[in-house]
Ligand binder design. Structure first.
Ligand SMILES: Nc1ncnc2c1ncn2[C@@H]1O[C@H](COP(=O)(O)OP(=O)(O)OP(=O)(O)O)[C@@H](O)[C@H]1O
Length: 287
């Protein structure tokens, strides 16, 4: 189990995480929250890349107090942005995921190379193996970095916005591949699409203003009320062919709830007094 307890973090005195606490104990979990909510910061603190105040334990072990190399065997982190300036081949970049296990004097062994190949194959990237990483498109680079995380393995895999830059099909490929990895592991992803969280994740953690305000099973958490509160805009959940689909809302009951929650401004039609627009900060919904 991953347990995050009362985690605080500030950048130059500006608080970003404000006592984040949650338990995560199976499958794929999703951090959902608006831009700037602190999702990447939280992931980096869990991975020990940023030094927050608080406690992070993985199966009872205090990961923040572990030596870096030991932590890298337990936790792999795939960042939102990555820069590789030397023109390493795709295969070499993926093989680097094995670094925590490699004896620096001997270099990677056969088993490491095999794992790197398998990781490329899982994501359908074997054909890119000899290409220089620096010459790939943004989406291809994203896929290669995911392959690297898969090669690194570990008990907890963190993927920060794994679907960014990816086309419609590859978003599905990546989320399916991530889901396949969950046996015996905990996987935490950050996403921007609540529909993807609903379809691919076992639990959801809503992060707002640096703390988790609700968490649990997607069906329980991804409600119009919670999502309207999270994104400060009307949100509806509708049924299409038996599937729940989350859409920006225009339903009046949702609007009224949202107005109360977000202190929105509404515009009424002068004659009918019908609500025609609901404005909250920078977002607005026309009816
Ligand atoms: N290196 C940094 N120095 C100073 N402030 C930072 C730094 N990185 C992030 N921040 C700030 O911390 C806050 C949280 O950023 P973070 O990247 O964790 O949010 P996020 O939820 O991942 O956002 P997004 O969905 O846009 O990626 C933001 O206000 C951001 O401006």
């Amino acid at each position: 189990m991953l347990r995050v307890k009362n985690l605080w973090f500030s950048y130059n005195g500006r608080r970003v995480l404000r006592g984040v606490s949650f338990d995560f104990n199976e499958g794929v979990g999703c951090l959902l929250g608006p831009n700037g909510a602190g999702k990447s910061t939280l992931m980096k603190c869990i991975a020990g890349i940023l030094k927050g105040e608080g406690k992070v334990t993985l199966d009872g072990r205090d990961v923040l107090k572990m030596p870096e190399r030991e932590r890298a065997k337990l936790i792999s982190y795939s960042p939102q942005e990555f820069s590789v300036s030397f023109p390493y081949t795709v295969f070499e970049v993926v093989l680097m995921g094995r670094n925590p296990y490699v004896n620096p004097l001997r270099g990677p062994g056969e088993e490491d190379e095999e794992l790197a190949w398998k990781s490329l194959e899982v994501l359908g990237l074997a054909e890119l193996a000899e290409r220089p990483f620096t010459e790939l498109s943004g989406g291809q680079k994203r896929l290669v970095m995911l392959a690297r995380s898969i090669a690194q393995g570990g008990r907890l895999l963190l993927f920060d916005e794994p679907t960014s830059f990816l086309d419609f099909r590859n978003q599905h490929v990546v989320l399916s591949a991530i889901r396949e990895l969950r046996r015996g592991r905990l996987i935490l992803v950050s996403l921007h699409d609540p529909n993807q969280a609903m379809a691919f994740c076992d639990s959801v953690f809503l992060l707002r203003s640096g703390s988790i305000f609700v968490s649990g099973r997607p069906q329980k958490v991804l409600t119009p009320e919670n999502l309207s509160r999270l994104y400060k805009m009307p949100v509806e959940v509708i049924e299409v062919a038996g599937r729940r689909v989350i859409v920006p809302g225009a339903n009046k009951s949702v609007l009224l709830q949202t107005m109360l929650l977000t202190e929105s401004v509404i515009k009424l039609d002068a004659k009918s007094l019908e609500v025609v627009e609901c404005c909250s900060g920078e977002s607005s919904a026309k009816l």
